[in-house]
Design a protein around this ligand. Structure first.
Ligand code: PMP
Length: 457
């Protein structure tokens, strides 16, 4: 069977037809869009909500478990899950119940509660790092970690991997030149209002290129390497051939901290990707799903890093550390974090979601093979990504090259019209404990009929 050519005309005509069908079947969403346009910039509370490629934003009525219902009464199997926030299902019961009772006992006092003790113990047991701090978003946690790393190493630079994303922490938006990777890196052109030259203190190399890492770190100028253990935001890129262990060694040899951002890679298992490694990072960040989808993020650190952080704080002149936000670790958040860690994000839940994702990934691969497409599926526990390249990419540049926004949007819209939602901006699918075989079947059927239409001559 020869690889079919998917013509641009076919992609566009499918996208157009699906956009029309979307609009026709969603009069309530269209009506609400008219109202919100009058009060919100870009018509939505956060401008990303207008980036889904739908003709009007899809307004949600309610969400529960693996499903949500829109305001026009359509039900969807949700494989986006709030881009990970709802990875343990929408409104997981234990968190919802705790939320209901905690609603009457105070939200924020800038003081710890007994839940802090439960959550702290649970984080240490899970990830293996002894000490923790709270933040409100993963972005903030990454920002604070970078500040601490710079403070304790007294080094200014950080090293990241091409195609990385760690939230809107400015420092990481530095890219290799796609046409000439040996050219000096540059600050990402799409950033709005960024006036600093980010390349001054941030350098970037390709993921899985240990020689490039070693060469950079040899200067001993880098406070930390900040990375996801597998890249998940430029498509998906898994670490290869002992890359992470070598990265650990390269960091140790040069006094550079190794920071794992596990915000997405927690999908790999109960202890995140860290649980699959036979070493620990110096610091670890998690957010989004960690408190069941309510705003909360955590960062952990080893004993020796904690000691250096204490010392840095002691010897700093009195005044503001520049690290922290008022609502971080508030009473309500700590209650939900403790509940989610101990009752929802359990080992059993992880076993369940990894089994279900394996079924979905196998089904997607099968459809791709049967239709002779040069696409691949990369799985990381409960998460997978189908990419428009024959084999899983080995770095950010390869992943970037495999992207095709037009094709992606046509597929996403096609799926939405058939009651299946996946993450926008790339082809990420995530399952939660309630994702059933029937949900997976629905996804695969819609995907296959989409692929068949795309491949028609
Ligand atoms: N780290 C990673 C790896 C992420 O993917 C994201 C968000 N996609 C973040 C951090 C930032 O999360 P938030 O937007 O909740 O701050």
């Amino acid at each position: 069977m020869t690889t079919p050519t998917i013509s641009r005309d076919r992609i566009r005509s499918i996208a157009q037809r699906e956009a029309q069908a979307f609009l026709q079947a969603r009069p309530q969403s269209a009506r609400l869009a008219e109202q919100t346009e009058q009060h919100y910039l870009f018509g939505v509370p956060l401008h990303w909500m207008a980036d889904w490629g739908t003709p009007v934003p899809l307004f949600v009525e309610r969400a529960q478990g693996a499903h949500f219902t829109d305001v026009d009464g359509h039900e969807y199997a949700d494989f986006c899950l709030g881009d990970t926030g709802a990875m343990f299902g929408h409104s997981p019961s234990p968190v919802a119940q705790r939320l209901a009772t905690a609603a009457f006992t105070g939200y924020t006092a800038m003081l710890p509660t007994a839940d802090a003790a439960i959550a702290g113990k649970s984080l240490t047991e899970r990830f293996g790092l002894p000490f923790w701090q709270l933040a409100t978003t993963a972005t903030d946690a990454n920002r604070f970690v970078v500040r601490w790393a710079r403070a304790i190493t007294e080094r200014k630079k950080i090293l990241v991997f091409n195609g990385c994303y760690h939230g809107t922490i400015d420092d990481v938006f530095v890219d290799l030149n796609p046409n000439d990777p040996s050219a000096p890196p540059s600050t990402r052109a799409s950033l709005l209002g960024q006036v600093y030259d980010l390349t001054q203190f941030t350098d970037v190399v390709e993921f899985n290129d240990i020689e490039a890492v070693r060469e950079k770190l040899a200067s001993r100028e880098f406070a930390c390497v900040l990375t996801e253990p597998a890249l998940t935001n430029c498509g998906m890129v898994l670490p290869r051939n002992g890359f992470l262990a070598q990265l650990r060694e390269a960091c140790d040899a040069t006094g550079t901290l190794l920071v794992f951002d596990e915000t997405h890679t927690i999908s790999a298992g109960y202890s995140g990707y860290t649980g699959l490694c036979d070493f620990l990072p110096d610091m670890l960040v998690a957010g989004k799903a960690i408190a069941g989808g309510l705003p909360c993020a955590v960062y952990g650190m080893s004993e020796s890093i904690a000691q250096r952080m204490r010392t840095a704080k002691e010897i700093a002149p009195p005044g503001h550390s520049g690290i922290g936000t008022t609502l971080s670790g508030n009473m309500l958040t700590m209650a939900l974090l403790a509940t989610n860690l101990t009752e929802v994000a359990t080992k059993e839940a992880f076993n369940q979601i990894i089994v279900q994702q394996s079924k979905l990934s196998a089904g997607l691969r099968d459809i791709i093979d049967r239709n002779a497409l040069s696409w691949s599926v990369t799985q990381l526990g409960a998460r997978s990504e189908f990419q428009f390249c024959a084999t899983s990419p080995k770095n950010g540049s390869e992943a970037e090259t495999a992207m095709d926004a037009e094709l992606e949007q046509a597929i996403h819209l096609y799926l939405l019209n058939r009651g299946v939602m996946i993450t926008p901006f790339h082809n990420m699918t995530l399952v939660c404990p309630e994702t059933s075989d029937a949900d997976i079947e629905q996804f695969l059927m819609a995907f296959e009929s989409c692929v068949k239409e795309l491949c028609q001559p």
